[in-house]
Design a protein around this ligand. Sequence first.
Ligand SMILES: [Zn+2]
Ligand SMILES: [Zn+2]
Length: 603
Amino acid sequence: MSQQHKEHYEESELYRIRHSAAHVMAEAVLELFPQAKYTIGPPIEHGFYYDFDLPRPLTPEDLEKIEKRMRQIIAGHHNFIKRVVSAQEARQIFKDQPYKLELIEGLEQGGQDEYGNPLDEKPEISIYTSDTFTDLCRGPHVENTGQINPSALKLLSSSGAYWRGDEHNPMLQRIYGTAWKTSKELEEYLWQLEEAKKRDHRKLGKELEIFTFDEEVGPGLPLWLPRGGVVIDELEKLAKEMEDKAGYLRVRTPHLAKEDLFLHSGHLPYYAESMYPPMELEGVKYYVKPMNCPMHHKIFGARPRSYREMPVRLAEYGSCYRYEKSGELFGLMRVRSMQMNDAHMYVSEDQFEEEFMGVIALYHQYFKIFGIDKYLMRLSTHASSGLGKKYVDNERLWLKTEEMVRRAMDNGKVPYEEVPDEAAFYGPKIDVQIWSVIGREFTLATNQVDFAQPARFGLHFINSEGQEETPLCIHRAPLSTHERMIGFLLEHYAGSFPVWLSPDQVRVIPITDAHKDYALRLVSQMKELGIRAEADLSNDRMNAKIRQAQLFKVPYMLVVGEREMTESTVSLRKRDGTRLDGMPVGQFIKLVQDRIEKRSSEL
Ligand SMILES: [Zn+2]
Ligand SMILES: [Zn+2]
């Protein structure tokens, strides 16, 4: 969740409901285990949790019991009553609760809140009591437990969690729950969880043989299997077509560069902790690149530029390497090597709006192709307080470029939300949030306006008055990285890629050996036309072959036997179960070509 979302959330009714539900849950757990030590129980994005130190592992039956007891407590309409206390009094109240005593110390010394999170000011110490349960807490809650809807509440799971997330600390048991305003919202959420499990890109990626990880290669370094390679090729083909039309020029850059380049760009030292450590050769340090920008800047600056060739749009599916902590790696969504749909556009101020809107238009075209109906653009701007620290120290340029972006978005009638104090170091950025068909949110791509790097690299062009002028740079990656995009698409399509993107498009299934030659003839005819077709010549029975094709979510299966062979037809079975018998071969090929050519989402 972004900072902005978090702030909205913390003021919401849902947040109060979930926070209150966590208290109610703790009360129920303490009744079941009077000797339990309790730690913290904050609301989280779609619910809440509470961590306990318990005498034995929790069972599913325990969760049922706890949930049932929670409903009874809720029905008691117990008020949440706040009291501000001294540290000494707090220690007395929680004298049997060692974790709370530790938290009280953090509160007393300042610098930490009641969850042990860093805090700027020294907070007052407050407790909240409802029914028999008292917690170290600063709220907010609902007024009384009756305001938690008992039919919109569910405990989801329990798992181990280290105290303060540190593996040297005791292992606690965390109970996850969710709470909503209405039972309908709860049902929708549970459905989404179920769907997300089925659509988990790690599971589908394995089943469909898209990608794998290997211990010896290293964590966060995906290996793309042949089927994944096809998806990548298709995405790159799409990107190249669109970018060619939009006047981009394609470049290629090495995977590593000298330390000097990254010192120049400012990645060192500011971005160093996200970079792989250097390697040394002939007394010079080299780094693998975390971003492609500095190399593109060098290409722009490789020769003098005139206003006549502006804007210059340099595109590359560039490989980058970033160090993510092993604990934070997650399938394809968080990796250490990535290939980015990158481009840098060097534009004069006059050209900015048109170029910027050109990028937004590209997004819309992609959304349409991928059937992404819900999206949000978030414009992150600077904050004066961060100038010279988080942000390049030039308020005039900040205000100017932010206004340029706003004007472009307004003129283009692009809906957006503005978020202060979340910009990139060198300029305002636009994050593009999209929702998959099951309603899960993904941040795929960012679009950044950069008024600092071109000057750092001494980039300029000769304007129409014969003067040197520094261009602005737009960084954009609408298709994100292959890793993130394919991770998203696997969930979005539940593995059933549209025909144009499918690793296998057609599977021909001969009924007996006598029909193998006909099957092979069909395959070579289709391959000739660029259709990804294969014949299943194994000795399996026909039904097994069909099942096999279904497992790989092949869009079209062609069953061919005696009749098809003599009539030069095919019996088509589509992935969705529809069947068309006796279809002339030419007609089928036309259908596939049409779907591919239009990048249609139809079968
Ligand atoms: Zn609370
Ligand atoms: Zn860039």
